[in-house]
Design a protein around this ligand. Sequence first.
Ligand SMILES: NC(=O)c1ccc[n+]([C@@H]2O[C@H](COP(=O)([O-])OP(=O)(O)OC[C@H]3O[C@@H](n4cnc5c(N)ncnc54)[C@H](OP(=O)(O)O)[C@@H]3O)[C@@H](O)[C@H]2O)c1
Length: 272
Amino acid sequence: MFVNYRRVEGEERKEWPLSERGSASGGLQGRAALVTGASSGLGRAVAVALAEAGADVALVARSEQDLRETEELVFRTGRRALALPTDLASASETQAAVERTVEAFGRVDVLVNVAGTDAPGPVVDLEVEGWDRTLSVNLRAPFLLSKAAFARMREAGGGTIVNVSSVAGKKGWANASAYCASKFGLTGLTEALADEGRPHGIRAIVIYPGAMATNWGAFSPEERGESEVEQTSPTMALPPSSVADFIAWFASSPREFVLTEGIIVPIGEGLP
Ligand SMILES: NC(=O)c1ccc[n+]([C@@H]2O[C@H](COP(=O)([O-])OP(=O)(O)OC[C@H]3O[C@@H](n4cnc5c(N)ncnc54)[C@H](OP(=O)(O)O)[C@@H]3O)[C@@H](O)[C@H]2O)c1
C-alpha cells in the first residue's frame, strides 16, 4: 500500500492510502453502495453491476415490487441487497435512505443518483407542481443524498458520487424545461461536490447519457408495468448495462483517479 502526502500552499492536506486496483471485477469487495432508480432501467443495471463488482447495494425507488426483483438479481451475485421504497419527491423520506443504508451495511462508499422524472410540455402550460416535482426528484434528492453520504464518506476517508444527467443537461430543448433545468443543475451540484470532496478522497462525476433502451417515458410504476422496452439497435439506444458497466468501473477505479464528467451516447446519435 502506498501513502500519498499532499501539500497545498504550505497547508498539510489529509493523507489517504492509494487503492491498488482499478478493475470493476471484485474492486468493490467490502464496500456498500446506494443506488436510486433501482427499480428499473439504468438504476437496476447499476445495482447489479456494482454487486458484481463486490458491493452490497441499497436500492431506492417507489415501487417495492420492482425493487424486490432487483434485490433478487443482486442476491444472485452473492452480495447483500436492501430494498428501500422511497418517494424521492419527499425530502423526509429521501433523507432517511442513507442512514438506513449505514444501519444495514455499516457504511456507504458509493452513491449513484440515477432516478429521474419529467413533466413534459411547453413552459406556458407547465404547472408549478410538475416543475417542483421534477426539480425535487432530479436535483433536490441528489443534493439531500449527497449531503448525507458525503458526511459518512468523509469519516471513512473517501467515496464516490455518480450523478446521472442526460444530454438534456448539455443542451436545452423545447417541451422539457423542468427536465433540462434539473439536469443542468446537476452539473453545478457535481462540480461543487467534486471540489469539496477532493481533500477528503471523495470523487464526484456527472454523466450525460444519450438514448438508452429503458422504460423512460413511463413516469410511474403503474405505467411502467404496462409499457414495453422498445427493441432498438444498440447503435441507436444503448443497453443500460453498458452505461452501468462504465459506472461500476469508475466506482472501482483507484480513488486518486479523477474523472468529473462524461458524455455517453450510442454511436448513431449526434453529440449534444
Ligand atoms: N432512457 C434514456 O434514453 C435516458 C437518456 C438520458 C438520461 N436518462 C436518465 O437516466 C436515468 C434513469 O432513467 P431510465 O432510462 O432508467 O428510465 P426508467 O426505466 O423509467 O427509470 C426511472 C427510475 O426513476 C425512478 N423514479 C422516478 N420517480 C421517482 C420518485 N419520485 N421517487 C423515487 N424514484 C423515482 C423510477 O422508480 P419508481 O417509478 O419505482 O419510483 C425508476 O427506477 C434518469 O435520470 C434519466 O433522466 C435516460
